[in-house]
Design a protein around this ligand. Structure first.
Ligand code: IVH
Length: 694
């Protein structure tokens, strides 16, 4: 990119250094000081300029430049990383009783010493180690077996909460008490290597958004934010990690910089540029630990991150060290876990549900048990591989938990409680609903294993779910799944097409229905016979075609006939639609029973409206490809999408050199960085609004 900034190289060098320092100040203020006034726009805008300068003089780019957060190439495999100091874990305590025993135990070992306890949140993510040499982030690793982990440096670099260089001069360390500052400043300057450990995390919000996106694209959802964080970190392609918007919190300073307490470790970490838990508290008395725990348990729901307990440790380092290690855990610290959300119960049966696309999902039927205030009776076991991983048999006693605050899941089997009467469960070779053969199929993406699917295209279970999906897409909310099943059992319908030829008389004679409800149902069917092309496409339930893709298809083809006769190559050229999805769409329209179904819909009076009115060919964005990253203040994502389309633009989900504009909202993802590196024009929200409403 040509830059005509009129600066010579020496001036560019100075400007680049100042930009880096300013950008890091903003990062520090946002992630460490938690100052919400910092906006991504300013951060992004400065990064754009820096990137331009660095591309003008590539030799001026530094490894710790914020421009280096993305751009790493996908790896073939992870390289091993040996830890200088073993990564330990924590012993758990689940009750006040166990905590008292712990306190008594360590008191007995160190009867003379006086100490306080530091209490902090126990983040539910993934343990990581960060290594800095001469202040520069050089290596990040997972725990692995404690001695050797995996090198995930590239991935960790994408996390903005992690500094790429340490703030060694501590000039802004306002939180650092004078005495501590004097004590540690010298050793910080002298230290060649500094290691800090902490938890990589995904926020609850990001987790929910990610799962929605996974679902829309037909990919497996993550069971909880912890799994999602782990799955995002253990990616060979750092681009994927970047898109997952992870966060990070420091909890341990490994290098001896003169800290005398654990509290000082936190203070130093914070001054060096790491976010630390802001709820942590040093208490003198054991009873106060219990108070802290109660307070944090109350706060739990409101926190942006999942926590699974608190960590309590002897604050004074000298005592902590003298207490030593038992097994793999230090004696001086303990994880005081929250327990309410886990419980044990017995798996009485495993049933198999058949999904809309014929996928068989094993579900554990359990003796009812209360977990976190809710009675749980069923939990998805996902697939055969998951059952194998758990080693689960029918009749087993299991530990279940409610993950991500809602979904119950089986986390562990307790084999010692077996009686010998437990039975193996195998995924059925025949579909439990129609008796056709099943087959195993690998799903691409982050799936947790191979799925088992029914090979019968007309499987009635598939059919029921497909009808349910169809009526929902048509917004026929008067017809719920129970009613569909009833109509089907009564022989009134065999597919979604039949719904549109139902008559009042068919329904009102059914037990528990009556005239009024029959009338309501018929009325709503009549009200919803006309749908937009995108709704119609979505309703068909074509594998891999969610609402987004349906809109893309409708936009591109404008009418059903064109879509039906399109070849694979043409579908493949539509932005956002990949090869596998194009294949699935093409196949759908090739199959004769699907074509018959479409004809039937036409016959029963379903009218597909043309989509053309949605997209303007003359609007200010006509012919332009637009990506929006981050959230906009003035409109939701769906509204932004509609606005782009109304202005004639194409809403695109990923940035390429063909993208015309990238609109950058608050908390943008890696797309903004990618746009910059490709030289794509960035717009802030104001500029975007001006453009669409000139
Ligand atoms: S201290 C000796 N503090 O919990 C290990 N760990 O169950 C030092 N964790 O491996 C850990 N929040 O991944 C510590 N505030 C916190 C923590 C924390 C989460 C994780 C960490 C550790 C695991 C042990």
């Amino acid at each position: 990119m040509k830059v005509s900034n009129g600066m010579n190289k020496a001036e560019v060098k100075i400007r680049a250094e100042k930009l880096r320092s300013q950008i890091d100040d903003l990062r520090y203020r946002y992630h460490v000081l938690d100052d919400p006034r910092v906006t991504d726009e300013v951060y992004d805008s400065l990064t754009v300029e820096l990137r331009q300068l660095e591309s003008q003089y590539p030799e001026l780019a530094t490894p710790d430049s914020p421009t280096q957060r993305i751009g790493g190439k996908p790896l073939d495999k992870f390289v091993k990383a040996r830890h200088d100091v073993r990564m330990l874990s924590l012993n758990d305590a689940f009750s006040e009783e166990e905590m008292r025993e712990w306190a008594a135990r360590i008191r007995k070992l160190e009867p003379q010493a006086s100490w306080s306890y530091m209490c902090e949140l126990k983040f539910d993510g993934l343990a990581t180690s960060l290594l800095y040499e001469d202040g520069i982030f050089v290596r990040g690793a997972t725990r692995g077996d404690g001695l050797v982990g995996e090198d995930i440096t590239q991935n960790l670099k994408t996390i903005r909460a992690i500094p790429l260089h340490l703030r060694l001069s501590l000039q802004h360390a306002s939180g650092l008490p004078q005495a501590l500052r004097h004590r540690v400043l010298g050793s910080i300057r002298k230290a060649k290597r500094i290691e800090v450990r902490g938890e990589a995390l995904m926020s609850k919000r990001t987790f929910i958004d990610l799962n929605q996106a996974q679902k829309r694209s037909g990919l497996a959802e993550f069971a909880n934010p912890r799994n999602a964080a782990a799955g995002s970190i253990r990616q060979l392609d750092p681009g994927i990690t970047a898109s997952r918007k992870l966060s990070w919190h420091a909890y341990q300073l490994i290098t001896d910089l003169g800290q005398q307490t654990h509290e000082e470790e936190h203070l130093i970490c914070s001054a060096l540029g790491f976010p630390v838990d802001r709820h942590s508290k040093v208490v003198a008395e054991f009873e106060e630990i219990l108070v802290f725990r109660r307070e944090m348990e109350k706060l739990r729901e409101k926190l942006p991150f999942e926590i699974d307990g608190i960590v309590v440790q002897v604050n004074e380092r000298r005592s902590f060290e003298r207490l030593g290690i038992v097994g793999k855990a230090p004696r001086g610290s303990v994880a005081f876990k929250f327990v309410a959300r886990k419980a044990t119960t017995v798996v009485e049966d495993v049933i198999v549900q058949v999904g809309r696309q014929g996928n068989l999902t094993p579900v554990a039927v359990m003796r009812p048990v209360k977990v976190g205030g809710v009675t749980v009776t069923h939990a998805s076991l996902h697939n055969q591989d998951e059952i194998k991983r758990l080693g689960l048999k029918i009749g087993d006693t299991v530990i279940i938990q409610r993950a991500g605050d809602v979904i119950p899941q089986v986390v562990e089997v307790l084999p010692k409680l077996r009686t010998g009467k437990e039975r193996e469960f195998r995924m059925p070779r025949m579909c439990p609903v129609c008796g056709f053969k099943t087959k195993r199929q690998i799903i691409s993406g982050d799936a947790r294993g191979a799925a088992t699917i029914c090979t019968n295209k007309a499987c009635p279970a598939k059919n029921l779910r497909a009808m349910d999906h169809f009526v929902n897409a048509f917004e026929l909310y008067t017809i719920g799944p129970k009613i569909i099943e009833r109509f089907k059992d009564e022989g009134l319908i065999t597919d979604a097409g039949d719904i549109f030829s139902l008559k009042k008389e068919d329904i009102e004679v059914l037990e528990r229905f009556g005239e009024k409800s029959a009338e309501n149902i018929i009325q709503s069917i009549d009200d919803h016979r006309r749908v937009s092309l995108s709704r119609f496409i979505y309703a068909l339930g074509i594998p891999h075609v969610g609402e987004e893709t349906a809109i893309d298809l409708a936009q591109h083809f404008g009418g059903l006939e064109k879509l039906m006769s399109a070849n694979r190559e043409e579908i493949d050229t539509i932005p956002n639609i990949g090869e596998a999805v194009a294949k699935s769409i093409h196949e759908y329209f090739q199959q004769s029973q699907n074509r018959k179904f479409l004809e039937k819909l036409k016959r029963v009076g379903v009218t597909v409206l043309h989509e053309a009115h949605l997209k303007s060919a003359t609007g200010p964005l006509a012919g332009k490809k637009i990506v929006v990253t981050g959230s906009l203040e003035s409109m939701s994502r769906d509204e932004a999408k509609a606005a782009v389309r109304a202005a004639g633009g194409d809403w695109v989900s990923s940035v390429s050199k063909n993208t015309d504009y990238v609109v950058v909202g608050a908390e943008p993802g890696s797309k903004a960085d990618k746009a910059r590196s490709l030289g794509v024009t960035l717009l802030n929200e104001k500029e975007f609004l001006k453009l669409i409403k000139p």
